[in-house]
Design a protein around this ligand. Structure first.
Ligand SMILES: [Zn+2]
Length: 317
């Protein structure tokens, strides 16, 4: 199925200034933009992610690669060695140690898969799974851009696979989005790290302004109706779609400070950049982006973002 259409999402509704910004911050934080300011960033341990599983209420972010064990479940990454060969007596004994098969991680907190997607010791390649509801298909330009960025920062082969999300637009909880992601599609394997992007109609339950949301280490969603809502004279749906999709993928790769502790994240908007020129700036996923930035959203990672992605890649190597 061609999952792409030719063109066309703030965690912020179209309401008045302060309330909107407050709603933006809440929607963004609670909606799993990776980090909940109210939640102690669990530097090494994860607490049970919120009922909706996002790093919202009650969920910390697990720093993959951190020494402290992380609890399994919705908040963390545990690895299961599903492919380690058992030491049977059959077969010739070779002296050269075969390269270790990377352990396939279990989905966890937003950002936890950064090293898995980016690092040499992570998956051998990356598969972007794009599934859309009818009428919410992303533009080919958006997906080509994500594929190019991922190939650049990971140095790996990056491919895409398409698919359909059945049903009509509705109010999606983060748990709904994870369930839809798990309903079908390729699984994580040592060969392929799967990053799932769902393009949905309707919106995020509890927020009439959230354009994009990352709900787990391997899953993010973009609401096409919100993308169209945010478009206008200042910017096109296509640009907003590209910006928000890149932003959510940035969270899945570990930006900003979901994996590293550089201290450069925006203290007012955890998990985000302070640089208004970065696609990781908080307002990028806000319908207020035009008001806040006085024009279309940035669509690129800035130098600091790219340096962090390289550091995350190096972290697992
Ligand atoms: Zn965000």
């Amino acid at each position: 199925m061609s999952a792409f259409r030719t063109a066309v999402p703030g965690p912020v509704p179209h309401r008045t200034g302060v309330r909107v910004v407050a709603a933006l911050m809440t929607a963004c934080l609670v909606a799993a933009c990776g980090v909940d300011a109210a939640t102690e960033r669990a530097a090494t341990t994860t607490s049970e992610a919120g009922t909706d599983g996002t790093a919202g209420s009650g969920g910390g972010t697990a720093l993959p690669g951190s020494s402290a064990p992380t609890t399994a479940g919705s908040g963390a990454v545990t690895t299961t060695d599903t492919s380690a060969p058992s030491p049977t007596a059959t077969g010739p004994d070779t002296t050269a140690a075969a390269p270790a098969t990377p352990l396939v991680p279990t989905p966890g907190a937003v950002g936890a898969f950064g090293p898995w997607y980016l690092g040499d010791d992570g998956s051998a390649s990356v598969v972007i799974e794009v599934r859309s509801q009818s009428g919410a298909e992303p533009t080919a330009a958006t997906i080509d851009r994500i594929r190019g960025v991922l190939a650049d920062v990971s140095g790996k082969r990056v491919s895409t696979t398409g698919g359909v999300v059945p049903g009509a637009g509705r109010q999606w909880t983060a748990a709904d989005i994870r369930a839809e992601a798990d309903r079908t599609g390729p699984s994580q394997s040592a060969e392929s790290g799967v990053l799932t992007l769902l393009f949905l109609r309707g919106g995020l339950a509890g927020s009439d302004s959230t354009i994009g949301v990352a709900v787990r280490s391997d899953v993010a969603a973009v609401f096409s109706d919100r993308v169209d809502d945010a478009a206008g004279l200042l910017t096109s749906s296509a640009r907003i779609e590209t910006a928000v999709t890149t932003h959510e993928v940035g969270h899945l790769l570990g930006l900003v400070d979901l994996v590293l502790a550089t201290g450069r994240e925006d203290p007012e908007h955890p998990g985000h950049s302070r640089n208004t020129g970065s696609v990781m700036y908080y307002a990028v996923e806000s319908t207020l982006v035009g008001d806040i930035l006085g024009g279309g959203p940035p669509v690129d990672f800035d130098r600091a973002d790219l340096d962090d992605l390289r550091a995350i890649a190096a972290q697992s190597s």
